[in-house]
Design a protein around this ligand. Structure first.
Ligand code: 1PR
Length: 597
């Protein structure tokens, strides 16, 4: 693991955990860990084969109330959503601060986030790895989520090979993108249930939300553990179950009502009485419909959802006020209820204000994540920043604050353009750009690059050295070709780089997804720029979100039929209540395009 990642990871520990480890991870690992090892019995845990065990560390049946859940949060990403989901279901949370807290838990949830290597390093250094093995081997109620499933396996190829806890045979490997499947696997997919597992009983044929680049594969050696698989390029393990031990590769806390019922059934097994694996027609990865909220302070200083026409968000009146289309938290909740697969907040003046000074934006995320259980993306102002007192904040710190406040993904605009320009100029990946740093620590699946291009028509494709395409509609002077110029600072400044060149460069630098806007189409309601979406989705193997221009349901089916976009994002038609999200989805279903209902 790289030192920077390790430091950031460790510093990301929740305050309580950090405090409990304040003897510092390195000194903790010598004397304290030895004491712990003397106490722990770990018969089959291959992770611990070198450890001599003298006596059992007894696991006591706690007398604490049934409503308490123990949560293992080592601070690497957005665990707020898991916390919110648990609280939403009426349970209290006890945070793990010492390995003993794991051993004494009545039920333990381990929402692994971030990358495999730093997670194992923290678990090893803190003694949590041994405690986890002991707890699981005693068949105590356990639910691992995402990386919390992967860590149970023998090893991972992620920055590896790296040894895992070794409880389940198998190696975690990367999805193969050479067969045309985009990696990371992001979105709502179907499960094939292979073994009775009470926690999955409400899932039936409905979609659940995945976001990952690595996965475990079923084999003869681990088949007794596998409770469901999912098909994406190959058939990977979507969940495991043995006795009271469960783990899921998908995110129940981000899978809407279906996901909440998975958590409920784990937390309260007596709710298993009503068996209703009904309905739903999920069969593969669904196309996503995303609601986008462009947010900024209006002239009175209130944070409002606004919406521009070709990025101009001011009313065409004498006062030129910022267009106000509602309150961010309320609208996000509404869109969640209406069936949005994901919600994006773009802090559109983040490029000029310091986002950590913009506490209302962090509050918006915190409040929204309390009862919106689909993925939240936030963008705007993610870059290094030095405030007026000379205090320097790295882009990683800014992103970390967004993750801690409830974001699942962060979106980088202007700073990604500068990083791509430098990379194309020098051919060197410095590892220092915000994009590289954040994706190294939080994983590429957590990093979106938002592109704000503007069409530039040319008569002859050789007029520019950038990638041009033949356009479907001629330019104002009959031009047949165009390139797409990237902009920064909310479209205010054009840069000498095209969307095509940028997309390819940021994929190499560690972007996990592209949010593809188009200034010409923004707010026009005339449909997505199909030429642009096709150009970019054909150029990269990460998912592409088509954005800008949706005005009717058939615009969504058109972009999915004519391009390989993974998702379509809209703002104006939803804010102005012209087309409900549900109507978009019903129309897509009618057109045989799989969506989550
Ligand atoms: O550069 O890292 O600070 O990020 C700034 C972010 O804010 C970028 O993601 C950029 O796209 C966004 N942004 C900046 N200025 C504006 C603006 O509108 N003046 N909004 C802006 C971009 C575009 C879409 C919009 C779709 C769909 N908004 O997100 O929601 O075009 O709209 P429609 O369905 O109504 O057509 P940084």
């Amino acid at each position: 693991m790289e030192a920077a990642a390790a430091a950031a990871f460790a510093s990301g520990l929740c305050p309580s955990t950090r405090a409990s480890l304040s003897s510092s991870c390195s000194s903790y690992s010598s004397s304290s860990l030895l004491l712990l090892r003397d106490k722990v019995s770990l018969s089959n845990c291959s992770h611990c084969t070198n450890v001599k065990h003298s006596r059992n560390f007894s696991v006591r049946a706690s007398s604490s109330a049934d409503s308490v859940v123990t949560l293992l949060d080592y601070g690497a990403g957005n665990v707020r959503s898991v916390r919110n989901a648990i609280r939403h279901l009426g349970f209290d949370i006890k945070d793990v601060q010492t390995p003993e807290d794991i051993l004494n838990a009545d039920r333990l949830i381990f929402p692994g986030v971030g990358a495999f290597a730093p997670a194992m390093e923290v678990l090893n250094k803190t003694g949590m790895a041994e405690a986890l093995c002991s707890y699981i081997e005693k068949d105590r109620p356990f639910l691992g989520i995402c990386l919390g499933l992967q860590l149970l396996f023998e090893s991972s190829e992620e920055d590896g090979p790296i040894k895992g806890l070794g409880l389940i045979p198998g190696t975690i490997g990367r999805f193969d993108s050479s067969n045309g499947f985009r990696v990371p696997h992001i979105g709502w997919n179907a499960l094939q249930v292979t073994m009775d597992s009470e926690i999955l009983e409400d899932v039936g044929n409905r979609h659940v939300y995945f976001v990952h680049s690595y996965r475990a594969m079923p084999s003869d050696k681990n088949k007794e553990w596998v409770s469901s698989t999912c098909h994406y390029g190959d058939n990977f393990i979507a969940s495991i179950r043995r006795g009271n031990v469960h783990a899921v590769q998908f995110h129940p806390e981000k899978s809407g009502d279906v996901g909440l019922s998975v958590l409920r059934r784990f937390l309260n097994p007596s709710s298993n009485r009503t068996k209703k694996a009904d309905g739903g027609k999920a069969s593969k990865l669904a196309k996503r419909v995303i609601a986008c909220l462009d947010v900024r302070a209006n002239d009175k200083g209130d944070l409002v959802v606004t919406k521009g026409d070709q990025y101009d968000v001011r009313e065409q009146t004498k006062e030129k006020e910022v267009r106000n289309l509602g309150k961010p938290v309320e609208l996000a909740r509404q869109y969640y209820k209406d069936g949005a697969d994901e919600i994006s907040f773009l802090n559109i003046t983040g490029f000029r204000d310091f986002p950590l000074g913009d506490l209302p934006m962090l509050q918006v995320l915190r409040y929204t994540s309390e009862n919106v259980f689909v993925p939240l993306t936030v963008g705007g102002g993610i870059r290094d920043f030095t405030d007026s007192n000379g205090r320097h904040y790295s882009s990683l710190e800014v992103a970390s604050e967004y993750f801690r406040s409830g974001a699942d993904k962060i979106s980088i605009g202007s700073d990604a353009v500068y990083a791509a320009e430098e990379y194309l100029r020098t051919g060197v990946k410095t590892g220092k750009s915000s994009l590289e740093q954040i994706s190294r620590v939080y994983g590429i699946q957590a990093v979106v690059v938002s592109i704000d291009p503007r069409r530039v028509y040319v008569k002859n494709p050789n007029d520019v050295q950038l990638k041009t395409i033949k356009v479907s509609n001629l330019g104002p002077n009959g031009e047949e070709y165009a390139w797409y110029q990237c902009t920064v600072n909310g479209g205010r400044e054009g840069r000498p780089i095209g969307a095509y060149e940028l997309a390819k460069a940021v994929e190499e630098l560690g972007a996990g997804e592209i949010l593809l806007n188009c200034i010409d189409c923004d707010g026009q309601g005339k449909g997505f720029d199909i030429d642009l979406v096709k150009l970019i989705s054909d150029a990269v193997s990460i998912p592409v979100i088509a954005s800008s221009g949706a005005g009717a349901v058939d615009h969504f089916s058109e972009v999915f039929a004519k391009t390989d976009a993974s998702a379509a994002l809209a703002a104006g038609i939803f804010h102005r209540k012209e087309v409900p999200i549900q109507s978009v989805k019903e129309y897509l279903l009618k057109e045989n395009i799989e969506v989550r209902i």
